[in-house]
Write a protein that binds this ligand. Sequence first.
Ligand code: URA
Length: 238
Amino acid sequence: MERLQKYIANSGYTSRRKAEELIKNGKVLVNQVPVTELGFKVSGKEEIIVEGHVLKKEEKLYYLLNKPRGVITSVKDDKNRKTVVDLIDTSKRIYPVGRLDYDTTGVLLLTNDGEFANILMHPKNKIDKVYIAKLNGIIKADAIKKVENGVEFDGKVSAKCRVKLRKKDASKNTSIVEVTIHEGRNHQIKKMFSKVGFEVLKLKRERVGIFTLDGLKSGEYRPLSFKEVARVYAMYNK
Ligand code: URA
């Protein structure tokens, strides 16, 4: 959902300030009804008429990217580094769903559909985010249990999660774990393992809900199918 004035401005009809004036002056109809309230929110599915012009509905776009290392997860970077949006060939305004660190790789969705993004990110929807982490050191069952039960960082305890030991390499003194979380806090995986004394040397997101890296090499992306988008909407937990 988006504020009406922002929606009108994004359609390219006029600036946000002008859109606010038009709303206040009763020049905007939403589904045939004049709306003069600036806080009014629309989903984009409504018929919106501004000064007698029907606004074209914004085309919704959805992409799945296999994020490579060394790219930042944002729309723009003040230091001019490459962003995930630069990797997608579109002139439309899209943004990433959640955040992967500069050095993290794997599943990242990008869209201009705020409702779709919210469904995937909200912990109450319990959508799996599955990470593969390489740790420095050999992790034991007690540390795994601690992470699974929740550890405190940034003033809040993480929700219960699942951790599976996939591999350990005594000669290199490293472990590989698979971690499934439903939250998406900043640097969450690195902070959870740091709390039990391990550094994350490598991190890859293997799956978000139904989305995996199947068929996508590092840096490659594909549009989502209509069916995939519908399946995300069906995951919404009211
Ligand atoms: N957790 C992290 O620590 N980093 C990421 O990029 C994603 C999850």
